[in-house]
Write a protein that binds this ligand. Structure first.
Ligand code: DAH
Length: 339
């Protein structure tokens, strides 16, 4: 029996040393130490031994078991360690590799400038209103005192969706929408896209931007109009900027005017920005026509107001010294990144 135990020990240790996986080791544990394992069988047969032999063999059997178990433990922890090292190796992040580049966008000069303009008017107590770009003919023209046969319609080449709906040709319909929805006092600007059926070239785009302004209250006069717009120009272009008003005609204002400002590039000397004039035309304005107030349910005997409207694109081109309006709409990052 001693020899048998010795043989079991030898072969178990031998087989264990040659095993490389947890599964192999587990199989050997079952083979030798399991319920039906070789060592267990021997121990079961101990009943047939004499009293003298029993403790001696028992002692040897225990030693054999301890040997086998000890080796199993050692080998299992070795394998676990190797597996862990393997896993860590596979999870290594190579921090010397360059990361994926994130391409950040850039504000369009139109938005940069519009933000400045909005800040100025908001600081003077104006709200910012919005209106739809697909607009009723009624709001874009009729209620602004531009009936169907009015020559002003011919000047604004209109995209018609159908007889009653257009792509707005100006931001002025937001005046109508605001007066219909709010009670005076009203003090708002409304920036946005407008559309005219123009062929594209360096100075024309069928989409461009306007900013509308409207102030309605009791006792509003042309002096308020002049003061407000002069203040805006000085805040936008500097204290030394000058403005002048020329009489003009718009169907929705009476009297109407166009406002020019001294050229911000040459301060009035004459240069390529102002085409030698020293002045730049920047907006149309006037006192809101009594008919327009009436159209919107506001009593012209109680209330008066002024309105103004200007194009953003040309101003941006002059400010950033651009010579092609298309650059504002092409989203070319090489261009946009300069601003
Ligand atoms: N809507 C006009 C245009 O597109 C600009 C304009 C002129 C707006 C006078 C106004 C205004 O509010 O009072 O040509």
């Amino acid at each position: 029996m001693k020899e048998k135990l010795q043989a079991i020990k030898n072969s178990a240790l031998e087989e264990l040393k040659n095993s490389v996986s947890k599964d192999q080791i587990e199989n050997l544990r079952v083979k030798y130490l399991g319920k039906k394992g070789e060592l267990t069988q021997i121990l079961r047969g101990m009943g047939s031994l004499s009293k003298e032999e029993r403790p001696e063999i028992g002692k040897i059997a225990n030693e054999v078991r301890e040997n086998i178990e000890g080796l199993i433990d050692t080998l299992t922890s070795k394998i676990k360690l190797t597996e862990k090292e393997e896993k860590l190796k596979n999870e290594v992040i190579d921090i010397s590799l360059p990361g994926k580049k994130q391409n950040l966008g850039h504000r369009n000069p139109l938005s940069i400038t519009l933000n400045e303009i909005e800040d100025i008017f908001v600081s003077m107590g104006f709200t910012i209103e919005e209106g739809p770009e697909v607009e009723y003919d009624k709001y874009n023209f009729e209620m602004l005192n531009i009936p169907k046969d009015h020559p002003a319609r011919g000047e604004q080449d209109t995209f018609y969706i159908n007889d009653n709906i257009v792509l707005r040709t100006q931001t002025s319909p937001v005046q109508i929408r605001t007066m219909l929805n709010q009670k005076p006092p009203i003090k708002m600007i409304s920036p946005g896209k407008v559309y005219r059926s123009d062929a594209v070239d360096a100075t024309h785009s069928p989409i461009f931007h306007q900013i509308e302004g409207l102030v309605i209250d009791k006792d509003i006069t042309f002096a308020d109009l002049k003061g407000t717009l002069e203040m805006y120009v000085k805040k936008m272009f500097g204290e030394d900027a000058k403005v002048k008003f020329r009489p003009h005609h718009f169907p929705f204002t009476e009297p109407s005017a166009e406002m020019d400002m001294s050229c911000f590039a040459c301060k009035g000397e004459g240069c390529k920005v102002c085409k030698g004039e020293g002045w730049i035309e920047i907006l149309g304005c006037g006192m809101v026509h009594p008919k327009v107030l009436e159209n919107c349910g506001i009593d012209p005997l109680v209330y008066s107001g002024f309105a103004f409207g200007f194009g953003l694109d040309r101003m941006v081109m002059q400010k950033f010294d651009m010579d092609d309006i298309r650059q504002l709409y092409e989203s070319d990052m090489r261009f946009l990144n300069q601003f």
